[in-house]
Structure formats: C-alpha cells, structure tokens
Design a protein around this ligand. Structure first.
Ligand code: NAD
Length: 419
C-alpha cells in the first residue's frame, strides 16, 4: 500500500579506511539508531549550544558547582552546558559512553564530552567527567571522591538527574530491563517508521506486572534517591543545593504508551522520589523537584513508538507559531525563568515544574489533534516537519552540521582532556 522510501542517506562504504583511526564517517542509520557518529560534527553541535547560552544574559545567582548524572547527550548535556557557560559553573559529568577505537567511531556522547571539555578549558571552566555505570555503588563512590577533591569547596550546589537507560543493575544485584508498553488495553496507533519515512500502524501488547515493576526499577526514582542519600551522607551537598530530575507527560495520543504506559509508571515513581528527596534537601535549605520537559529528538525519545510521529507534527506547528525549542532552549529557560535570576519555581497542581508549557498550550495541542487523523505516508510532508525531525536526529550523531567537512578523514579516537 505504502511506497517504501529510503529517506536517510546510507553510504555504501562504511568508513573509508585510511589509517586505523583516521576515517571518513557517514551516517549509517539502523532503525532508530545511527551506528556511526562524527567527532567534528558532535563538537559543532556542542559549540552551537554554547553559543546559544552565551547569547543569553548570564544567570544571576546561578549554580557554581554542578553534578550532572547523564551529562553526555540530550537534556543532561544541555544542563551541563547551560550551567557552565551561563553561570561559570564547575561541572562533574557522569555518563556511559565509548571512545572511538581502531576503525570504529565512538559514541556521540563521548565526542560531545570531549568537545565540552575542550571548550570549557578554553573558557577557564572546570570540567571533570566520569565514564561508567551511574547505577553502581562504585560510580557513586567515585563521584563523591571527585566532588571532595576537585569541585569548588568540595561540594555541589546543583544535582541534575538525567539518565535514560534500557537497563539497571540495582543494589540487589539483579539487572532489570525497562520496556515501552501500555499498561491498560493493548494499544493500536499510528506510528512513524523514521528510517523508511512510512506512517504505519502499530499494536503494542499490554505489559505484565513484572515488566511494569522492572521499568519502574530502571527509570523510576529509586536510583536518584540513592544518589542523594549518598551525597548527603558524604557531606558534599552545599547549603541551598537543588536537585532536579526530568520527566515527560505529552499529549493524549501518546498517553497509552507514555503517561499511562510502563514508562509513565516509572515517572510517577520519580515524582514519589522527588517528594522524599525534597524532605532531605530541606535539611540543607535546598529542594528537589521534577521538571516536565518538552518532547525533543534524543536517542531516548527516538526509541519510543508513536512519539516520533507526534514530534514531527508538533515541530511543524511550534515552528510556525515561533515557540519551538530544543534541549538547550528548554534548559536555558528552566534555569533563567524558574530556578535562578531571583525567580521562584512555578509548580503545577502535582508539585512539578512545567517547562513543557508551550508544547501543552491548548492551541498547539488542538492543532496536532486536528491533523493527526489525516496524516499518512503521503501527507507527512504536508502536516509534519519530518525534515526537522530527521535533521535533529542526525545532529545528535554529529551529522548535518554546517562547517563540518564530511568528506575529510577524521580521527576517531578523541581524548577527554582535563579542564
Ligand atoms: P539521552 O539518551 O539523550 O541521554 C541519556 C544520558 O544517560 C546519556 O548521557 C547517557 O550516557 C546516560 N546514561 C544512560 N545509561 C547510563 C548508565 N548506566 N550510567 C551512566 N550514564 C548513563 O536521554 P534524554 O532524552 O536526554 O533523557 C534524559 C531525561 O529527560 C530522561 O529522564 C527522559 O525521560 C527525560 N525527558 C526526555 C524528553 C525527550 O523528548 N527526549 C522529554 C522530556 C523528558
């Protein structure tokens, strides 16, 4: 019925071999992942975000010593950039990434971090990074040691929890896996196969109790609680320290798979944890809260059924309205208008900060709903901004950035140098 179109450029020679570590890198997309990434492109992407933050006024009363758990891509990377370049903060970043090796490119988060360190060094900003499993006790101990030895005053005044992971080995030694499934009835919906640019139907079977519980273990609030308890016990939380974790709610069309799905149950648990952590943070005259952020294209969101179709439609509508934002604009607005500059947090009825407010405006949501029934493979261009979706997707892997010579060989192994 639907013509299958290959939209993403797929180059036959994977990496034209030059030396073992010098490669010509082109995007190789497999479903919702790109298996290659470009170090110069990732660096350009990081510099774009830094330039945006620098275009905004410096934060008044902003953070000075920040721990970002999940700092290498998406919302966590933007949080690190906004804190460092908007407030002059020293940052400790934690992530799970790999450097390039031999003829294999590294992960985008590695390259982003290498570029972040280089830019931080140029700007005279302290940057410390730890690569490994943030869920583990060892990583928590390493982070505490790094805070004591390397961060200003041996303490942190902001902790951003921005992990997105498909699995977690918990303190009980069990490795839990998260699933993306509805928890009520099976869910039949329109979906976008982003690799083939085809609008199709998906049926998602209902999760069982174990799948729900496991997703809560991975993406819920337990690990955030453990982090904050350990940081508290180690005496590394500064007076007035804040901690924030990110969540998503989204429109009704995605509720069966998101808000009311397994991931939504995990996010409910994050809100439970937020209240518990808030009580702990009060002892430091600080606070803990959940910020509900806008839908953007990240590695995590690309993997969720139905969401890429919604995002393509949303982008077109928000761009036309002139209030479209990506990760960096969202985090900058969170810091600028809510957390710092003498502002107070603006909570919703459930005690969450809503930086998804522009996405959730009734006229924006109505516009998405109005076109939702009419969108097909053939009408996707008309109703949606698939080009914008795809450009953001590829940028996350360092492709499609202006000023980068994608035909030139590039070094795949990149150091993360102390800054
Ligand atoms: P992302 O995939 O871009 O980033 C995830 C980060 O977690 C990376 O830095 C990665 O290295 C790190 N990570 C994963 N597993 C790890 C581990 N075991 N140890 C150490 N680091 C690990 O994800 P994102 O989309 O930026 O999501 C971050 C948070 O924002 C999530 O809670 C997500 O639900 C929330 N959020 C996302 C969106 C969206 O549209 N993408 C919208 C609202 C809220």
């Amino acid at each position: 019925m639907q013509e299958e179109q290959k939209q993403v450029e797929v180059e036959p020679p994977r990496f034209k071999s030059l030396t073992m570590s010098q490669q010509i890198l082109k995007p190789r997309v497999r479903g919702f992942i790109c298996i290659t990434s470009h170090p110069e492109g990732c660096a350009a992407h990081v510099r774009e975000q830094i330039a945006y933050v620098r275009s905004r006024p410096a934060l008044q009363g902003g953070p000075k010593s920040v721990l970002v758990i999940g700092s290498s891509t998406g919302y966590g990377l933007s949080s690190r950039i906004a804190a460092a370049f908007g407030s002059g903060a020293a940052t400790l970043g934690i992530f799970f990434e790999r450097n390039g090796e031999g003829d294999k490119p590294g992960s985008p988060g590695w390259y982003n971090t290498a570029a972040f360190h280089a830019e931080a060094k140029k700007a005279g900003l302290k940057a410390v990074s730890l690569n490994g499993d943030a869920f583990s006790a060892e990583m928590k101990a390493q982070a505490i040691e790094a805070i004591k030895k390397k961060m200003p005053g041996g303490k942190v005044d902001l902790v951003v929890y921005s992990l997105a992971s498909p699995r977690r080995t918990a303190p009980d030694g069990v490795t839990y896996k998260s699933t993306l499934k509805p928890t009520g009835a099976p869910f039949h919906a329109k979906n976008l196969d982003t690799d083939r640019k085809v609008v199709n139907d998906v049926t998602l079977e209902t999760a069982n109790a174990e799948e729900i519980a496991h997703t809560v273990k991975v993406m819920g609030g337990e690990d955030w609680e453990i982090w904050m308890e350990e940081l508290d016990k180690a005496g590394v939380l500064a007076t007035g320290c804040q901690t924030v974790a990110y969540s998503y709610i989204g429109p009704q069309v995605t509720w069966p798979i998101y808000k009311d799905g397994t991931i939504g149950k995990a996010k409910e648990d994050l809100e439970r944890a937020s209240q518990k952590i808030d009580a702990l943070m009060k002892l430091h005259r600080g606070r803990a809260f959940v910020s509900v952020n806008k839908a953007v294209v990240t590695q995590a969101s690309s993997a969720i059924p139905v969401v890429p179709l919604y995002v393509s439609l949303l982008f077109k509508i928000m761009k036309a309205k002139g209030n479209h934002e990506g990760c960096i604009e969202q985090i900058q607005r969170l810091f600028e208008k809510q957390m710092y500059n003498g502002n107070a947090l603006n909570f919703d009825e459930k005690g969450r900060v809503r930086i998804d407010d522009w996405e959730m405006m009734p006229e924006i949501q109505k516009a998405v709903f109005d076109v939702w029934p009419a969108v097909t493979t053939e009408t996707l261009e008309k109703y949606g901004d698939f080009a914008g979706y795809q450009s953001d997707f590829l940028k996350n892997f360092g492709f499609g950035l202006t000023g980068v010579d994608y035909d030139a060989p590039t070094e795949v192994e990149r150091p993360i140098e102390d800054a």
